[in-house]
Design a binder for this molecule. Structure first.
Ligand SMILES: [Zn+2]
Ligand SMILES: [Zn+2]
Length: 269
């Protein structure tokens, strides 16, 4: 069983601060690099960390709020300037292609590589990507626009006893952002090795949090507990909270194995 590596490129919410860029992560699983969300500044953080964008395999976008996709046009343009030849596959709500195609046609006329948009239905749980070793499922979330998380599984084939094979998951990573507190996906992500759950606010701001359809640190910890996750990673922090140890303390009081997502950090599991 290989090691999974998760690189945090952005762990803030909608408004960027000096401390936090909007959402972006790279998951390396079975020698493939998956980019999850692409907020503004993602390619800059990658450059700062010395991560070669040429290594990116494909891209998953949770929803079409700017803090999760404003970095895409710049990144896709840079990939062409670097002479990328390998096609790029982007999995997102169908509207992303409608929004991005005209901009690509205008700004990136002679793209060095092909882009394939794969329309996903964020309201339905479905396998959206599968190859020999990795499977990706949508995790329907509850947000102000259609939004889904992603469950990445490293799988291997095992005989089913009837002459066929079944896929058995080994390592699993669940990315759940952005969402109002909901338990509806708990069963789907049960026992994951690592759960990323958004934690935009603290419990003291629960009313505001509910109004803008986000979760608190306590709620993220509650989901991790119910799902029997091995570890919880929290992020998508509001610019209103300056000291992030408040998020950590609140979550750890319910779920001790909690980590804070910090830009530039690499986690292995
Ligand atoms: Zn967001
Ligand atoms: Zn959002």
């Amino acid at each position: 069983m290989g090691e999974a590596r998760l690189t945090i490129l952005g762990s803030g919410s909608a408004r960027p601060t000096f401390q936090n860029s909007p959402s972006g992560q790279i998951l390396e699983l079975c020698d493939k690099s998956f980019l999850i969300d692409c907020g503004e500044g993602v390619q800059i953080t990658m450059a700062r960390m010395g991560i070669r964008t040429s290594r990116l395999y494909n891209i998953f976008i949770s929803h079409l709020h700017g803090d999760h996709c404003f970095g895409l046009l710049g990144l896709l343009s840079s990939l062409s300037m670097q002479g990328r030849l390998q096609p790029m596959h982007i999995y997102a709500h169908a509207d992303l292609e409608k929004l991005l195609r005209p901009q690509l046609d205008y700004y990136c006329k002679d793209l060095s590589y092909e882009i394939f948009f794969h329309a996903i239905n964020p309201r339905k749980r479905a396998v959206i990507f599968e190859d020999r070793t990795v499977q990706v499922e949508t995790v329907p979330l509850k947000h102000s626009v259609p939004c889904c998380g992603f469950l990445f599984s490293e799988t291997h084939r095992q005989p089913d006893g009837e002459g066929g094979f079944v896929r058995v998951p080994r390592k699993r990573y669940a990315y759940c952002s952005d969402t109002l507190y909901t338990e509806r996906f708990v069963e789907q992500i049960e026992g994951v090795d690592m759960l990323y759950h958004e934690s935009t606010f603290l419990e003291a701001q629960a009313k505001l949090c509910r109004a803008v359809m986000h979760s608190t640190a306590s709620q993220a910890a509650k989901i991790a507990t119910l799902a029997k996750a091995r570890r919880l990673l929290i992020g998508h922090f509001s610019a209103r909270v300056i000291d992030h140890t408040d998020f950590l303390n609140e979550a750890q009081s319910l779920f001790p194995d909690t980590l804070l997502a910090k830009e530039g950090e690499i986690l292995t599991f």
